[in-house]
Write a protein that binds this ligand. Structure first.
Ligand code: TRP
Ligand code: ZN
Length: 901
């Protein structure tokens, strides 16, 4: 394979580009055998480059054939340039270029084979459609170019293809001309008036249906909105279109950002490595993130579409108008944009539930990344393969860093900071430092120490203790922070942590918070600025020992330790004014109990559930039932969150050594006990939320279905065949995928012997009914891959032979292999090591076809340090087996080598 040993790229080595590209004119002649790309670049030396007039011109380019090369119309002879695996180097340029910085025109014709491109990076084919994915470094597989985000150019693109096969020809910007040629080909010429880096370039050609709408901006401009999909998917575009219009209006209102082009297009493709891509004016989406329809899509799917459509749209400002100087700054656009889309989703639905979902995800997956061998800071210092750095740390922790800035600045100053950032850097390639400086300048808040969140990896631990002095009427919080070592960062300096908090008196009322030395009456909630390794906060005028509510809304991505008693946690569950902390109190109560039970399980003691968990869950059920009966408003989605036990993945992240079977067993024990003890109330609540006639994807509808299915899941544990029958009927009668899919999942995991024939029939019927809907078949694969019943790996192996499975399609790989290895700990970590061997084989297979997917799939194996000796050894054997493969992609190589270190 191409790669020798991948190089490491360092942030400290950043240099401005030696050349600039003012305009980029491209012509694509798309063909069935191969595609010709004609490129005409207006270039000049960068006056800001250090070694101004010495450097040769070095262009990136891979996997292509150079047909011709000319400068200012003169063809270059073979000895005037060099082509190797990665670069095109031109030694001599016209004298005027070097002497007075004159511009020159570089023309180059290359031939590529999109049909053979299984990496889904660069120009490739998805089914019968041509499409592109250029971020981060895919443009270099299309033509020779300066493939780096700080080289921004004005693009015009002419797409030429056979009209019968490819009636739709798209690129960035506006269509400015089109025509026909005699040979059955036609062409469209697109011009993008905004300078952009090549990673935002896009091209699509295919036979696509189009759903059209429009949006009138705040300044009165009318924007054409188009979603291009396969014919059969035209009925699945409404939700994306509505989400897009909501996002456009929201960005105007909340950030003062108006859309800039006259047209905004989305194209849905089946084969896509990630969720979607924000190419200027021409977003390309994984079908899974744009298509939605009640019959085929779960409520979670609907919410994902809304979030991803908004995310890509928001990139038009946070990413495109202001882009990244280099890929070390990736979180500048991704962290900020995730923060923006999370706030948007919060405004569209339940803010508390959105926060709960995001924090659950962060605390399991991102914290695990921070504790693993690939841990890196939000602004990494180095990488081998940039594709490996589209991580939870860059995205989710990056969003938390922006959120913390808002916590420290307050909402108004944060908005002034964002306005200033967009204003100062519009049209530029910026850095995270530019972002922080704008926030400081607009607010006057000093973020010097805060910057460590960008440079230090790892999850800080916050230990808080309390002291109440009854005679002095003071209450003191002693806060200590530390951060475990991560690769290359053995020591950490203290972080600047916004600690949002309140104090509750015994009646559950908020205590006025007056810090020693302050005279003001004191707010009921505050954000404490924790900046030192050890620090105390003394509150005065506190008459009785309060119960502290700490880290409200999860104001910082840290692990908080405070010794709340179980009774205090129950008290917070009902009295805390902060919805997130009410939920979190219940989770911490359950975590404490589960961890204690795990100790009992490991020591072979009989398991006995602390009655307080039952009481707490009983209380949640009863108060929901009461409110339903009195028709009082309540956040029912929140209720189903309150009733859900911490996941096995979260418990695993918290453990120092993961006991897969033990964690599964004790969590099952608690869920079963709750189900048996509270069956009556689960049944009442289930009855109160029986199937609704009309389907609505709104907050109320989503909450109703979530609650109904949460109750049903508990009731299925009661080993009462009645509920099996209820579940079977829901599977057969429901008209929406949330209810059908939930029922199928319950049937697939049900241990009752009489469930077996029901399960077989359900799986068969489901496939027969939905075999023509790829995204539903993905759900069918993943529900089977995540089953906790015995024999799951064999089932996965046989599904890999199923005609609907295709290892070249990332959605299929994620649904079957990814789900089994990443979400089925019980079976993947089976003590014989067959799960590990299975994964290693798939990785070696995918390493050749699609390195990005191969590398992502590796994640569960990299966490070997968290397991017992036997599993550690078995996992390492498989990692070493991969490492000895001679033709490893840089993607897989980097992850394997770093995780074996
Ligand atoms: N910029 C995209 C987003 O977050 C991410 C993305 C889409 C991507 N496709 C990719 C990153 C392929 C790397 C490779 O919205
Ligand atoms: Zn993004």
């Amino acid at each position: 394979m191409k790669n020798p040993l991948p190089r490491t790229i360092f942030l400290k080595d950043y240099q401005a580009p030696a050349f600039l590209i003012d305009t980029t004119d491209l012509r694509f002649e798309l063909g069935e055998e191969s595609t010709r790309v004609l490129s005409r670049l207006l270039m000049r030396r960068n006056p800001l480059h250090l070694e101004h007039s010495a450097a040769p011109l070095v262009l990136n380019g891979q996997n292509m054939q150079l047909e011709s090369l000319a400068i200012d119309g003169r063809m270059l002879a073979a000895d005037e340039y060099r082509v190797d695996e990665e670069f095109l180097t031109i030694f001599m340029l016209p004298r005027a270029v070097d002497e007075n910085g004159a511009g020159f025109i570089l023309e180059c014709v290359t031939v590529i084979k999109p049909q053979e491109n299984t990496s889904l990076e660069g120009l490739y084919k998805s089914k019968k459609m041509f499409c592109t994915q250029c971020e981060a470094e895919g443009f270099r597989k299309i033509t020779y170019y300066l493939d780096r985000p700080d080289v921004m150019s004005r693009f015009s693109t002419c797409v030429v293809a056979e009209e019968a096969r490819y009636p739709i020809l798209l690129s960035n910007g506006n269509a400015v001309a089109q025509g026909r040629e005699e040979d059955g080909r036609h062409w469209v010429r697109w011009e993008d008036p905004f300078r952009k880096p090549c990673y935002l370039f896009a091209l699509v050609a295919g036979d696509l249906a189009c759903v059209e709408d429009s949006f009138t901006t705040c300044s009165g401009r009318t924007i054409t909105l188009r979603i291009f999909v396969e014919d059969k998917d035209v009925d699945k575009c409404d939700h994306a279109m509505l989400s897009l219009k909501n996002a456009m209006a929201w960005d105007e209102k909340v950030y003062g950002r108006e859309y800039d082009l006259d047209i905004f297009m989305i194209v849905a493709v089946d084969d896509f490595n990630m969720g979607a891509m924000e190419n200027k004016g021409l977003n390309i989406f994984n079908t899974s993130c744009v298509l939605a329809n009640p019959a085929t899509t779960t409520d979670t799917g609907f919410q994902r579409v809304e979030a991803v459509v908004a995310h890509e749209y928001f990139h038009n400002w946070s990413g495109n108008r202001v882009t990244c100087r280099d890929w070390f700054q990736l979180s500048l656009k991704e962290g900020f944009t995730v923060f923006r889309d999370a706030e948007f989703s919060s405004d569209m639905g339940s803010r508390t539930v959105k926060r709960i979902d995001d924090v659950s995800f962060l605390r399991t997956a991102q914290f695990a990344e921070d504790a693993g061998p690939m841990a890196h800071s939000v602004r990494p210092e180095s990488y081998m393969e940039i594709s490996n750095f589209y991580t939870l740390t860059i995205y989710e922790k990056g969003a938390e860093v922006v959120r913390m800035i808002r916590e420290l600045l307050g909402e108004d100053a944060f908005r002034r900071g964002s306005d200033l950032y967009f204003d100062r850097h519009d049209g530029q390639a910026a850095t995270t430092e530019d972002f922080v400086r704008a926030m400081e300048a607009a607010s006057g808040v000093d973020l010097t120490l805060f910057r460590r969140w960008y440079s230090q990896a790892g999850t800080p631990q916050l230990r808080v203790r309390e002291q109440f002095d009854a005679s002095a009427q003071t209450y003191t919080l002693l806060v200590e922070q530390s951060c475990p070592p991560t690769p290359e960062q053995p020591e950490k300096l203290p972080f600047h942590i916004p600690l949002r908090m309140g104090l509750l008196d015994r009646g559950g009322q908020a205590v006025a918070l007056c810090l020693q030395g302050e005279s003001s009456p004191g707010a009921l909630e505050r954000v404490l600025s924790v900046t030192q390794a050890s620090q105390s906060f003394v509150f005065t005028g506190v008459h009785e020992r309060p119960v502290p509510s700490l880290l409200r809304g999860f104001s910082a991505p840290v692990k908080l330790h405070f010794d709340h008693s179980r009774d205090e946690l129950m008290f917070l569950m009902t009295h805390d004014s902060d919805g997130f902390n009410r939920w979190n109190a219940g989770q911490q109560l359950a975590v404490g109990v589960l961890q204690e039970l795990l100790g009992d399980y490991q020591a072979g003691r009989t398991l006995v559930l602390d009655q307080r968990v039952v009481t707490a869950w009983d209380h949640v059920l009863q108060s929901c039932i009461d409110k339903c009966r009195r028709h009082q408003p309540q956040d029912k989605e929140m209720v189903s969150q309150l009733l859900t036990l911490p996941s096995e993945a979260y418990l695993s992240e918290l453990a120092s050594e993961i006991d897969v079977a033990g964690i599964h067993a004790v969590r099952e024990f608690v869920a079963d006990t709750l189900a048996r003890t509270l069956a009556g109330k689960f049944a009442v609540l289930h009855g109160l939320h029986a199937a609704d006639g009309v389907f609505r994807a709104d907050a109320a509808g989503i909450a109703r279905r979530a609650l109904r299915n949460t109750c049903l899941a508990y009731l299925m544990r009661t080993e009462n065949a009645h509920w099996l029958e209820v579940c079977r009927r829901q599977f057969e009668d429901a008209h929406n995928m949330t209810d059908v899919g939930s029922a199928l999942r319950l049937l697939v995991n049900c241990e009752l012997p009489e469930a077996a024939p029901v399960r077989r029939k359900a799986l068969q019927d489901f496939y027969t009914r939905w075999q023509h809907e790829a995204l539903v078949v993905d759900q069918w694969f993943s529900v089977q891959a995540t089953s906790s019943l015995p024999g799951t790996l064999d089932q996965v192996l046989s599904l890999m032979q199923h005609p609907a499975f295709d290892i070249r399609n990332p959605n299929k790989v994620r649904a079957l292999i990814g789900a089994f290895c990443g979400q089925n700990a019980l079976h993947f970590h089976e003590i014989s090591g067959v799960g590990y061997e299975f994964l290693a084989e798939r990785i070696l297979q995918l390493n050749v076809l699609n390195p990005q997917i191969a590398s992502r799939l590796l994640t569960p194996l990299t966490r070997w340090r968290k397991y017992d000796d036997t599993r550690q050894r078995l996992m390492r054997v498989q990692l070493q087996r991969i490492a000895t493969e001679p033709a490893l992609s840089s993607d897989v190589y980097e992850v394997v080598v770093k995780s074996l270190k």
